[in-house]
Design a protein. Structure first.
Length: 389
């Protein structure tokens, strides 16, 4: 297939998977444009203080490393086995990749894709067997507020899910009052030991959630409570009573993850320091009394009504895919596969796992390889293996 006949690719999101997908596309000479409403890898910066479970070498690709070294042969990078924070990874690898000679002219940063359809076609139109679908039509808004339409033959949606947290209420829907309270509580992994220390020190705090994000938060809050004795934490999870909130992975290859789970479980079961742990919690009410005026959190613990009046609420309850931009397409909710109900529309990265939090970057890199192998009709195509050789 000659480059002039290759399909035009639009990549949504200049995060870790979007940048790697763009590099793969460029290496195969596909015409590609990357759109991002913010800056390159901006969402990674929101949890930049967090130490990554996987070593640096598992968070990069051979294609990406070759690109960086080609731009600057003297570039210093962390070692493959080095444990780094998300900020280290972003600054050492992701931002330089976005600024590389190969990618810099295909990135349209601070440019928002508002919605996507197909030219001259509606979602309700009956299918025409054998007839090709028209190209995708993207409504785009620049940083200056100007709107335009762009076209593409292939969409790679790499927008992630970090910007759309789940609700804290029972049954996966908002608790009473949570919609109004949403701007005033945190759904992310705050830098409790750093930039957010003053926000939480000496406060009463409800933490909702039982995954690794919550484990990171409870560990940081426990340390804070040791330094500031007036800090008090109520940790609420869905876990069964008497059981540890986080399951341990047998022979976990990522030792930092195992250590985090062990510490969080120990805090929950022993309730050392200024910490209360409540399992089997169903959150029914989450009301904000006003900016910096506290919250009321209420529900049932093992069927027994309980409530708390606290200064702060953190809900580390996971994330979900936002499909708003493709609602005029036949895109189904992702469950772990890159394919969707819409031909030519692929979801890659964390967003492709839907509400499951088990995604790893290596799985994202493999998704990229498979998508481009399918596009080129070459099942065995693997630029990562070729570059590593």
């Amino acid at each position: 297939m000659k480059p002039s006949n290759l399909p035009r690719i639009a990549i949504l999101g200049a995060g870790p998977i979007g940048l790697e997908a763009a590099l793969y596309a460029r290496s195969l000479e596909y015409p590609v444009t990357v759109y991002d409403a913010g800056q390159a890898a901006e969402q990674v910066g929101r949890w930049g203080h967090v130490k990554m479970f996987t070593p640096f070498g598992q968070n990069v690709t051979s294609l990406g490393l070759e690109c960086l070294m080609r731009d600057n042969p003297r570039r210093e990078l962390p070692g493959a086995a080095d444990a780094v924070t998300a900020r280290d990874w972003r600054e050492a690898y992701l931002v330089p990749l976005a600024e590389s000679f190969v990618l810099k002219d295909c990135l349209q940063l601070q440019t928002t894709v508002l919605t996507i359809g197909r030219t001259g076609w509606r979602k309700t139109d009956p299918p025409k067997p054998g007839a090709p679908l028209p190209p995708f039509r993207l409504l785009v808004r620049t940083a200056q507020g100007q709107e335009r339409f762009d076209s593409a033959d292939i969409i790679l949606d790499c927008t992630g899910s970090y910007s759309r947290p789940n609700w804290a209420g029972d049954a996966g829907i908002p608790a009473a009052g949570e919609i109004a309270a949403r701007p005033h509580l945190s759904y992310w992994i705050d830098d409790i030991a750093g930039t957010k220390k003053a926000h939480y020190a000496g406060k009463s705090i409800v933490l909702i959630g039982g995954g690794y994000s919550a484990a990171t938060t409870i560990s940081a809050l426990a340390t804070l409570a040791e330094e500031h004795q007036s800090t008090w934490v109520f940790w609420l999870t869905h876990a069964e009573r008497g059981a540890a909130p986080l399951p341990r992975v047998t022979n976990d290859p990522w030792k930092d993850r195992d250590r985090l789970a062990a510490r969080a479980n120990n805090l929950a079961l022993r309730c050392d320091g200024n910490l209360e742990y409540h399992a089997a919690m169903k959150v029914e009410e989450l009301v904000c009394h006003g900016p910096d005026k506290g919250f009321r959190v209420a529900g049932t613990v093992a069927g027994k009504p309980m409530s708390w009046e606290v200064d702060r609420v953190i809900a580390n309850v996971g994330y979900r895919a936002d499909l708003t931009i493709c609602q005029e397409l036949r895109v189904t909710e992702p469950t772990g596969d890159t394919a969707t109900g819409e031909p030519g529309y692929h979801i890659l990265g964390m967003k492709s796992f839907g509400r499951t939090s088990s995604f790893t970057l290596r799985e994202g890199h493999e998704q990229i390889r498979k998508v481009f192998a399918a596009l080129g009709g070459k099942k065995g195509l693997d630029l990562y293996a070729r570059k590593a050789a």
